[in-house]
Design a protein around this ligand. Structure first.
Ligand SMILES: Cc1cc2nc3c(=O)[nH]c(=O)nc-3n(C[C@H](O)[C@H](O)[C@H](O)COP(=O)(O)OP(=O)(O)OC[C@H]3O[C@@H](n4cnc5c(N)ncnc54)[C@H](O)[C@@H]3O)c2cc1C
Ligand code: SF4
Length: 474
């Protein structure tokens, strides 16, 4: 009998024969998950349990799963689950659910673990968007055609919506009960389920993305717009991370749409780079960097997450960009990449929040958060806590970047151009204050020369630093 893990729910994880699928509700009592994330996980497990070959069994904890008639499993995605599978002495097959194996990673990673090298090698070895040995339309990367702000009035794209069913109703009842009995404490709002939780929904979500969003994915992938929370993003990370969609089937479908003339190269390439590039890259880095990586804290950032941040209380924040992203997480358990990296992560980096606490918060608060996806994204890319193993310099920016890529500054009480005074933008002032505070650790980095040259020219540096270190409200 196969032991199936909760992120192995699609057909590509089915080894044939009987399956045991554990439902472990105690995981919700150990951490403060977002309510909609708990809902999606339980829904997905129970929906998979409708298959007559699947025996759905409730356990108090994963430790209570005993070998019994279990003989085999597909290698799970995290160290704790791998340890469990090994303790049960199961016959473990190679991991699935990614576009490359560990051996391919070792052969493809290139010098210095650069994403770009890995990505190009992936394109070649998978034969994706290639014309012989050359990339389609002669370029590997079309980013310069992208990065457009959303035009006034918005994109007006209808995003994929779920029709809930009787499993959702039961899940909602069970979660209400867990919360009422004090066995679980959730963050965020409950609400209609928004992400695909079974194979059928996942396929529909993929088709919806291809038809409505892919054609404009590239140009607007970095933009934020106040009244459209999804824009042209696919909402596919959750079903891919649950194992409902094989990332290669998603990639092939996108490539077909490009070759059929339905989507331009800058959208197809922009999206495919995220999946065969970034997604596989952070998965391999999880294993490459090892367990201690999550404790990295190069910038010695030790502040706890403010209560309003941890509990997603958007109304407690005056900075419109931070408030808007927190509101999206509270309402949807999701925000898109730029909100995660350049707003929420940027805020945490500038304000010295502890990277491990932030890593855990991202896992709990986001519907697609998993142990493997977070360390490279949060500890590495977003917080530079690894001192540059993953990114060549910290991802931080002031209000002018946010003003360019969003329509949020207009309605904000702060002014993105002002760094000192009552309407000084916390992101702009926070940017300079961050550089001032971390100068000794970052100055040796040649990629930071220009920003430090800018810092040394600031005439109001002392005033700014005093203002930001005393700042209580954001
Ligand atoms: C601080 C931070 C935290 C993040 N946390 C998560 C997370 O918990 N789970 C998660 O799947 N992604 C995470 N990401 C990556 C990315 O933000 C999400 O994959 C994306 O926003 C999910 O929405 P989507 O499916 O609509 O993505 P789209 O914009 O449609 O992108 C397509 C796909 O590319 C993949 N992808 C793109 N970038 C990454 C990346 N850096 N790492 C992994 N996959 C990537 C995802 O599978 C995603 O579905 C994080 C990024 C940052 C900077
Ligand atoms: S002015 Fe500053 S704080 Fe306000 S939305 Fe713009 S970047 Fe954010």
């Amino acid at each position: 009998m196969q032991l199936l893990f909760a992120d192995q729910l699609g057909p590509h994880f089915d080894l044939g024969g009987d399956i045991l699928l554990p439902e472990v509700k105690s995981q919700f009592s150990k951490r403060s998950y977002h309510r909609q994330k708990a809902h999606l996980i339980l829904y997905a497990i129970r929906a998979r349990g409708r298959d007559p070959r699947v025996k759905l069994v409730e356990f108090d904890s994963y430790r209570a799963v005993d070998a019994g008639s279990l003989t085999k499993a597909i290698s799970p995605t995290s160290r704790p689950m791998l340890a469990l599978a090994k303790s049960l002495d199961l016959d473990l097959s190679e991991p699935r659910g990614f576009c490359s194996s560990r051996d391919q990673w070792l052969a493809n990673k290139g010098k210095g673990l650069l994403l770009e090298t890995f990505y190009r090698n992936q394109r070649r070895s998978l034969g994706v968007l290639m014309e012989g040995s050359e990339p389609c339309e002669g370029q590997w990367n079309f980013d310069h055609d992208n990065r457009k702000p959303v035009p006034k009035g918005g994109l007006g794209i209808k995003h994929f919506e779920i029709v809930e069913n009787e499993i959702d109703a039961q899940v909602r009842k069970d979660l209400d009960q867990l919360e009422a009995s004090g066995q679980a404490h959730f963050i965020g709002e409950d609400g209609p389920r928004k992400f695909a939780g079974d194979r059928n929904e996942a396929l529909k979500a993929l088709e919806h993305f291809i038809e409505h969003q892919l054609p404009v994915f590239g140009p607007y992938e970095d933009a934020v717009y106040d009244s459209e929370w999804v824009l042209a993003h696919s909402m596919l990370s959750a079903p891919m991370n649950l194992g409902l969609l094989d990332p290669m089937e998603v990639v092939r479908r996108v490539e077909d749409a490009y070759r059929a003339g339905h989507a331009p190269i800058q959208s197809a390439e922009g999206f495919i780079r995220q999946v065969i590039g970034w997604r596989d890259y952070v998965w391999h880095l999880y294993w490459e960097f090892g367990e201690d990586y999550e404790g990295s804290n190069y910038l010695e950032a030790n502040l706890p997450l403010p209560g309003w941040f941890a509990k997603l209380q958007a109304s407690q924040v005056e900075s419109r960009c931070v408030s808007h992203s927190l509101e999206s997480v509270s309402k949807n358990a999701w925000a898109h990449h730029i909100q995660r990296l350049m707003i929420l992560g940027n805020f945490a980096l500038q304000r010295g929040l502890n990277p491990r606490a932030l890593n855990d918060w991202f896992i709990d608060a986001f519907v697609d958060g998993t142990p493997w996806v977070m360390p490279a994204n949060v500890i590495g890319m977003s917080q530079y806590a690894d001192g540059g193993r993953m990114s060549t310099k910290p991802y931080t920016a002031g209000g002018s970047y946010i003003n360019k890529m969003t329509n949020l500054c207009g309605g904000c009480k702060f002014d993105p151009k002002v760094r000192v005074g009552p309407n000084a933008c916390p992101m702009t002032a926070g940017y300079w204050n961050f550089l001032d505070a971390n100068e000794s650790k970052l100055r040796g980095n040649p990629r930071m020369n220009q920003v430090f040259a800018g810092l040394s020219k600031l005439t109001d540096r002392t005033e700014l630093v005093i203002q930001e270190r005393a700042r209580k409200k954001f």
